[in-house]
Design a protein around this ligand. Structure first.
Ligand code: UD1
Length: 421
């Protein structure tokens, strides 16, 4: 058990440095496999998902050193091409190792990650793109086996701009001869970051951040040295925490240009925001305004990863709000937990209507997933009395030092010792 205990209704004040981005570093680590050499990555967040990716790389034969936020991955000699099922179950995004591994080794084996609490999470788009590149992919009893001889660059098309499938296709295309053009790509910042990293390896890509990406297959790569950008979702979470508690904080190292939709939504709630370079300052209003309609969309729209946190935030507004979730079908699991804290939320399919309550009360709640857990912490910071958020191992998958960071901003928050249920 990993519980966090919070005494609520204390406004957050102060300054905090934004951690490195989880969703940017994971594909970059996977892409290190493309290169028979050493990859250096700076500003690596010390979170569970990164530890899990380290284990995967090590099992494949890479040697990894990771001190503070500095990581070196030596993938000169890989000895294995199978990602064990236990690692796949720990981290669904392990699927993104498939593309670079088959590009490097000519074969790769992984397992179907299966559904999770935010939705079904199939990998059919990933498999289709690899097949369209001429890689043979067989699926049997949850096992996915990819094999490739020499394969040529091709025209690929995504029917939906999946972030992970775009990343996998870009990395697999590095192993092709000639140019691959991927149409219908996701435009998320993490894809731009992956292509910046590939450029440092000497791989030519064009169009990252647009819906058409071109990748030129390449051998003889260089040792890259990459600095991970700030985490736009962690930054958004801390800003929302300040908004929920009526506080005023400043974040440094925030990827401000990647956060427009979140900043706009916070401004629409009545928060005062000021940005300067990579600094963003937020001052909460006396009373938060409701949002009559907020929907999650692919980038540059409002991110699905901020949805649960806004669900918590909007419980505190002085009017009714509506959130529509368009990306993951099961992402309202946290509603049941927020109700235990006095929230009045109705869910109808992909929509959640949040009735104005203006207040939340402390209680014992359970984190069901990473962002849902963060939302409960935000709710706990604003709620009257004490809140215990159980199963915060989900939160530790993506937030580096959530209790320490919030304490630094004045929150009364701590880990609860091991407890028996
Ligand atoms: C990534 C992010 C995650 C974020 C999500 C959407 C990482 C490690 N994770 O996840 O935090 O919430 O983008 O911004 O970067 N889909 C299929 N078939 C597939 C792949 C996806 O149907 O083969 C569906 C998914 O079920 C989902 C939608 O497409 O409904 C979007 O998923 P996708 O963009 O692939 O998300 P991830 O890459 O898994």
């Amino acid at each position: 058990m990993n519980d966090i205990q919070i005494l609520g209704e204390i406004p957050l004040y102060g300054e905090l440095c934004t951690q490195g981005s989880k969703n940017a570093v994971l594909p970059v680590m996977a892409a290190s496999l493309l290169h028979k050499g050493v990859t250096v990555i700076e500003n690596v967040p010390r979170i569970q998902d990164v530890s899990c990716m380290v284990k995967i790389l090590e099992r494949l034969g890479a040697s990894v050193t990771w001190q503070d936020h500095h990581m070196e991955i030596d993938a000169s000699d890989l000895s294995c091409f199978e990602i064990p099922l236990t690692d796949v179950k720990k981290m669904r995004s392990s699927i993104m190792v498939l593309g670079p591994l088959v590009a490097r080794m000519g074969q790769a084996v992984t397992y179907y990650p299966g559904g999770c609490s935010i939705g079904k999470r199939p990998v059919d788009f990933h498999v289709k793109l690899l097949r369209d590149l001429g890689i043979v992919v067989e699926e049997c009893d949850g096992r996915i086996e990819a094999k490739a001889g020499k394969y040529r660059g091709a025209q690929l098309r995504l029917d939906f701009p999946s972030v992970g499938a775009t990343e996998n296709a870009v990395m697999a295309a590095v192993g092709a001869e000639g140019e691959t053009v991927i149409h219908g790509c996701a435009r998320e910042p993490e894809i731009v970051e992956l292509c910046l990293f590939l450029e440092q390896m000497g791989i030519e890509t064009k169009g990252a951040g647009t819906s058409v990406i071109r990748v030129r297959g390449q051998k003889g790569l260089k040792d890259p040295h990459y600095h991970v950008c700030g985490d736009r979702i962690a930054a958004g979470t801390y800003l929302a925490a300040a908004a929920a508690t009526g506080g005023e904080i400043c974040l440094t190292d925030a990827p401000v240009s990647y956060m427009k939709a979140t900043l706009q939504a916070l401004a629409a709630c009545g928060c005062e925001l000021k940005t300067e370079g990579s600094r963003v300052r937020i001052r909460a209003p006396k009373k938060l305004s409701p949002l009559p309609f907020l929907e999650t969309e692919v980038y540059p729209g409002f991110p699905t990863d901020m949805q649960s946190v806004f669900l918590a935030l909007l419980c505190l507004a002085d009017g009714d709000s509506l959130i529509r979730e368009n990306i993951f079908e099961g992402r309202f699991e946290t509603v049941g937990e927020l109700r235990k804290m006095g929230a009045d939320i109705e869910v109808d399919g992909r929509e959640a209507r949040i009735h104005a309550g203006g207040r939340l009360k402390g209680g014992q709640v359970t984190a069901r997933d990473l962002r849902g857990g963060a939302a409960l912490i935000v709710a706990g910071l604003a709620a009257a009395g004490e809140t215990v958020v159980c199963h915060c191992e989900h939160v530790d998958r993506g937030y580096e030092r959530i209790t320490e960071d919030l304490s630094q901003l004045g929150a009364r928050i701590k880990r609860r010792e091991e407890s028996v249920q």
